[in-house]
Ligand binder design. Sequence first.
Ligand code: IVH
Length: 687
Amino acid sequence: MSDPGGGPVGELDEDQAKAELARLAMEIKFHDIAYYRSDAPEISDADYDRLRQRNAAIEERFPALKRLDSPSQSVGAPLTDGFTKVRHARPMLSLGNAFDEADVADFLAGIGRFLKLAAEEPIAIVAEPKIDGLSAALRYENGIFVQGATRGDGEVGEDITANLRTIDDIPRVIAGAPDIFEVRGEVFMTHAAFADLNREQVAAGRAEYANPRNAAAGSLRQLDAAITASRNLSFRAYAWGQVSTLPSDTQGGVLAAMAAWGFQVQEHEICRGVGELMVFHGAMEAGRAERPYDIDGIVYKVDRLDWQERLGAASRSPRWAIAHKFAAEQAQTVVEEIDIQVGRTGKLTPVARLKPVTVGGVVVSNATLHNEDYIAEKQIRVGAVVLVQRAGDVIPQVLEVIEPGLEAFQFPKACPACGAPAVRDEGEVDWRCGAGLTCEAQAVERLRHFVSRNAFDIEGLGEKQIRAFYEARVIRAPADIFTLRARDGQGHEPLREWEGWGETSAGNLFEAIDERRTVPLDRLIFALGVRHVGQGNGRLLARRYETLAHFEAAMSPDHLEELLDIDGIGETVARALIDFFADDQNRAVWDDLVAQLQVQDMERADTSSPIAGQTLVFTGTLEQTSRAEAKARAEAMGAKVSGSVSAKTDLVIAGESAGSKLKKAQSLGVKVIDEAGWLALVGAANQ
Ligand code: IVH
């Protein structure tokens, strides 16, 4: 056992303590590198722990001396019990997709309209390859890498600092950067590294990874960073999160700064107009096979950062960027069977069971056939030779029939799971099982969705377990999950005695369930599984209503107009919600569930702005900004934008030639300002 040196902590004066903390930071970092990177530790684990303990003890006595790069700020030791969650200071968004020239033209035109640009005003766009890997956020404070996180659900990711530290492309210290700078980019694996890894996996008798992306994900999510260090991962920077100052006012300029700080920056080009973008896209697609790693498209980003700022984001993706995908990869195979799957809302989806074939490095044995019409139109039959295509994460598709099959497929007129008659409403393409929650397949799918990762995310409660609990009649509705512990052993064997379960796993499940009793409102809404209500809509609704009570009160037919006023919520979604809550059985399921939960309120967008919590109405023509931009800005400042003036309206912004709404506002005595007043308000709030 060796002494960490430096004398007793209690006897240090401030100067000595400061010097000691600097020495310890350096020494611990040195041993981290020896251990994680070089696989060659120079001291015992016990001695290493003593260094960390001494560091912590000094920091406790002199909290003001804590260094930004202090070892206590980062997890140097391998994590043993999962990863800690990190809330992103700015959400990590995803990208909308463009598939052809027309989509790209729409993207540019949309930007021009939103910003009210003159038709001839050129929009400089940074175009760069889209890497097929995983995004990561790297936080630098005073130039030191202090924390790295996965994207997670975009709001909350996982702390994988120790793992990211092992990647050569990620500098631990950068010179000349602002005080706080969060670099964002992609972690990925080259084809060569992937081949090496799979060779090693086979040699060690372990399963091979399906593709470089899965291999990168698996390598990054290792609890033992030493394993990550042994995998050859790469990183390219292409974006940023929270920053104290920006080194440039263009996307290209910030990329150049990041390159100067030592990051590998994705190759990019500034393009103007659809033509130039298509040329860049075409060139990169043609060279795709020669590239040492997978790319699945080109990302276009508005170069001017002030424009990016104004454009902002709609629900999940920024308005200033888009991913223009490459054509998907294709292969031929035979349809062996056509099955029907029952979804959580009763939709019957035909699925082709295929003779397994490798498409773009992944073995494909199922493809969606969408619906009855698709099968009839393409004449897809058992025995047919078909062309299948796979694009990124999308479910494989059958594109066309190469050689005809046997008899035409008859779409079943009854639910294959419960036998209830299937219905296809006029104007709809889908057949649905009409049995609702009494259809077991639907009930199980709903529960499966309820516990899935982006919903309640209950560890140890996956598809298999849900099915078993359902069949044993122990869990039939979401609320039953939360009474599982209390009911354990009542009317059924205690869980610890079930096959595949024991004392520990049963205890762990009960704990995992308890951990999820407190749930943010947006997750709860998404978890319900209402048709058309995905994660993005869940968030929009939660932001609008903020509390469970407000949300519940709004779920009735007389609130339809109000729902439609939410930017991003359309008629279909609003009706689906209202119909869902109008059903007595659904209401009962909901009431039972919320009785078991503590629902967290959603935070307001910005409570400090002068219009936070107010209801605004825009009317007339705005000259300087578009209506969409004004509305987005108002909502970001915590206001609600409504389409009609009433006694509840707080403020009306009247543009040129405003008519009846302006009159109504005046008659009701509602405050009215013009566009200049609005811009002053926004400007003042941005100071
Ligand atoms: S920009 C707000 N640039 O694609 C901008 N993303 O679908 C956010 N990706 O989660 C991303 N290469 O994992 C951007 N050059 C690139 C990219 C890129 C790959 C990934 C990233 C992101 C996903 C969006």
